[in-house]
Structures are given as structure tokens and as C-alpha cells.
Design a protein around this ligand. Structure first.
Ligand code: PEP
Ligand code: MN
Length: 349
């Protein structure tokens, strides 16, 4: 349930309510809206009595949250969530682009690709160091060496870094190197991992599993939010259907559906959702048109030589075209792509 405070409620009244919530071994989650503060009360499933709070000073009313995901719901927080990450805001009016190779393969590959995506307009560098591959015989990633290379690329380019964390034990080390933690599709329901990234308080890019309903994705986000980590970005990356012409089927509907159900930022990965580089730009345009707050795009300096997902990776020149086209679509729907890091540097110098 949520406790909606009066618009003139004082800080002391809010704090008194939080103490009372905690005295019942429940958790209080505060959402400070433009007009009033709302306190979400969540526990471990045992019933919470609204009568314990309704007469407390400053309380306007108590409203049950009808959705199974509480903190992720628009009922709890009507305003869009946003947070800054290294010079860009994720979840605001501006669209943020994350780009880079599927896997970090070598210094040369990463640096070349990182510089290229920066020049083309990317804001955040992506790249996997720990790769959860379908086959145990496929390239599994460089691990720690990959994280070190990502940190080096950040140092060189100034781009923030997002990379996947595949197990709870790896969360501290990935936190040391990355600006944002990626939870991959295969781990979307790895609840122990979700708890750990929740506790880390790092921004999280949570990818939808290929067999998850929109509600499952929101429940996975709830695990992270339940630790007070509000920096969660949801990523549509295609789902399994009977269609085999593409690797997955882009659930384009999921974007406006998610935007209506949750306040969390929603981004689209047109690379994994199509699986073929030829379709990536077209589907990226569609994502921006339907309201995505960002894109996650695989780019490789030599896709033909990639150790993973080369067939769906764009060459840098095509990625530059994607950014131009996404910018045009963004303007058509009253938004814009955030100024590129490269441009920001020119403005500062
Ligand atoms: C990736 O981003 O490289 C990746 C493995 O994606 P997904 O988890 O969506 O398959
Ligand atoms: Mn990939």
C-alpha cells in the first residue's frame, strides 16, 4: 500500500511515519512528487493494516497498489524516473544511445570501436566481459581482462561503461570497473543476482528474458527496487515466437505498454531483437517512434571477425547513419537524441 501525505506535511511527520513502518519490520520507500510525498509500504507478504497509519499527522489517505509490482508501478510514482550518468540523463526527454561490441575481444578491437561509436554520437560504451553463451564451446569473454580494457576505454574516450554481470559473486568486481551493470536476458529471473545488484546501488540495465511477459520483467525490476536502488532501466531485446526469419521478435508493443505501466526508463536493443545487421536501423527507428528512452546497439570495427554476434553488429559507418536517423525520428515525436559526448567536449573546449 502507499501512504499519500498531505501537500503541507512536514519532514518530521514523514519521518515519524517511516519510523512506525520500520517498527513493524516493514520497508518504507519514499517518492517525492511535485505536489506531495508518497510513502510506499512493502513487507514480506504479511498483511499490513492501514488503520495503523491512517490517523497519523500529515497523512491524507492510504491507497492500495493494485499491481503485483509495487515500486515499479506508475501508481506509486506517476512521474517518469530519471537519473544522471556521466553527463547524460537517462529517462528524461533526451534519448540516450549505448553502443559497442557484443564482447570485449582485444585492446585494439575495443579502442577502435569505442572511439568510433563516440564520434558517431554514442553516450555510453557497451561491451561484454563475462558472456553467457548458449554453447559452452563459444567464446565466453575475457573476464577480468575485459573489465580492465573497458576501464581503459572509458579513460581514453570519457564514455561511461555498461557491462554484464553474470553471477552474484562478480557484482563487487564489476562495480569496481563499470558505471552501469547489465543483467542479461538469460539472468533476468536470477533472483539472487537481482538482490545483489539491488544492494550495489549502481545503475542497472535490466534486459527482458526472451520468454518473459512484460509483468515478469517488471517483477524482476521490483527485486532491484526493493533494495532502494532506483536506477533501473528496462530493456526490450526481443522475445521468442514461432517466427524464425529473425533471431527474436521485437516486441515493439512492449515499449508503450511499459511506459504506461511503469515510471522506469525503457530502452530498445534492436541488435538482439532482430539478429541481423540489415534490420537493426529500421527497428531502432521504430523504437524511438514508439517512445523508447534509449537504444542499445552492437557495433564492431570488423563485424566479420567478431567472436560473438558479428552478424547483428553494425560497422561504425552504419551506426553513424542509425544515430542520424534516430535523431530525425526523435524530433518528429517531440524529443531529441542527447548531445553526443564528442560534441559536449567541443563545447567545453
Ligand atoms: C548482450 O547484450 O550482448 C546480450 C548477451 O544480450 P541478451 O542478454 O539480451 O541476450
Ligand atoms: Mn550480443
Amino acid at each position: 500500500m502507499m501512504i499519500v501525505m498531505r501537500s503541507n506535511a512536514t519532514e518530521t511527520e514523514i519521518e515519524t511515519i517511516i519510523s512506525r513502518i520500520e517498527s513493524f519490520h516493514l520497508n518504507a520507500h519514499i517518492s517525492k512528487g511535485i505536489e506531495r510525498t508518497v510513502i510506499g509500504v512493502v513487507g514480506d507478504g504479511r498483511p499490513v493494516q492501514s488503520s495503523q497509519f491512517i490517523h497519523m499527522p500529515g497523512v491524507d489517505r492510504i491507497v492500495p497498489i493494485s499491481r503485483p509490482y509495487k515500486l515499479a508501478s506508475r501508481e506509486f510514482q506517476p512521474e517518469d524516473s530519471s537519473f544522471p550518468l556521466d553527463g547524460v540523463t537517462i529517462g528524461g526527454n533526451e534519448i540516450v544511445i549505448m553502443a559497442g561490441p557484443c564482447s570485449v575481444e582485444s585492446r585494439e578491437q575495443l579502442m577502435e570501436t569505442a572511439h568510433a561509436v563516440k564520434e558517431a554520437g554514442a553516450h555510453i560504451l557497451r561491451g561484454g566481459a563475462y558472456k553467457p553463451r548458449t554453447s559452452p564451446y563459444s567464446f565466453q569473454g575475457l573476464g577480468l581482462k575485459g573489465l580492465e580494457l573497458l576501464a581503459e576505454a572509458r579513460e581514453e574516450t570519457g564514455l561511461a561503461v555498461v557491462t554484464e554481470v553474470t553471477s552474484p559473486e562478480l557484482v563487487p568486481i564489476v562495480c569496481d570497473y563499470a558505471d552501469m551493470l547489465q543483467i542479461g536476458a538469460r539472468n533476468m529471473q536470477n533472483y539472487v543476482l537481482l538482490h545483489e545488484v539491488g544492494k550495489s546501488m549502481k545503475p542497472v540495465l535490466l534486459k527482458r528474458s526472451f520468454s518473459a511477459k512484460v509483468e515478469d520483467l517488471l517483477m524482476a525490476a521490483e527485486y532491484i527496487l526493493s533494495h532502494g536502488n532506483r536506477k533501473v532501466v528496462l530493456c526490450e531485446r526481443g522475445i521468442r515466437t514461432f517466427e524464425t526469419a529473425t533471431r527474436n521478435t521485437t516486441d515493439i508493443n512492449a515499449i508503450p505498454v511499459l511506459k504506461s505501466l511503469t515510471h522506469l526508463p525503457v530502452v530498445l536493443d534492436p541488435s538482439h531483437s532482430t539478429g541481423h545487421w540489415e534490420y537493426v536501423t529500421a527497428v531502432a527507428r521504430a523504437g524511438v517512434a514508439v517512445g523508447a528512452d534509449g537504444l542499445v546497439v552492437e557495433v564492431h570495427n570488423h563485424p566479420g571477425e567478431a567472436l560473438s554476434d558479428g552478424g547483428q553488429s553494425l560497422k561504425p559507418i552504419r551506426f553513424a547513419e542509425l544515430v542520424t536517423q534516430a535523431s530525425a525520428v526523435a524530433e518528429a515525436v517531440g524529443r531529441k537524441v542527447a548531445p553526443s559526448k564528442a560534441l559536449q567536449e567541443v563545447a567545453w573546449n
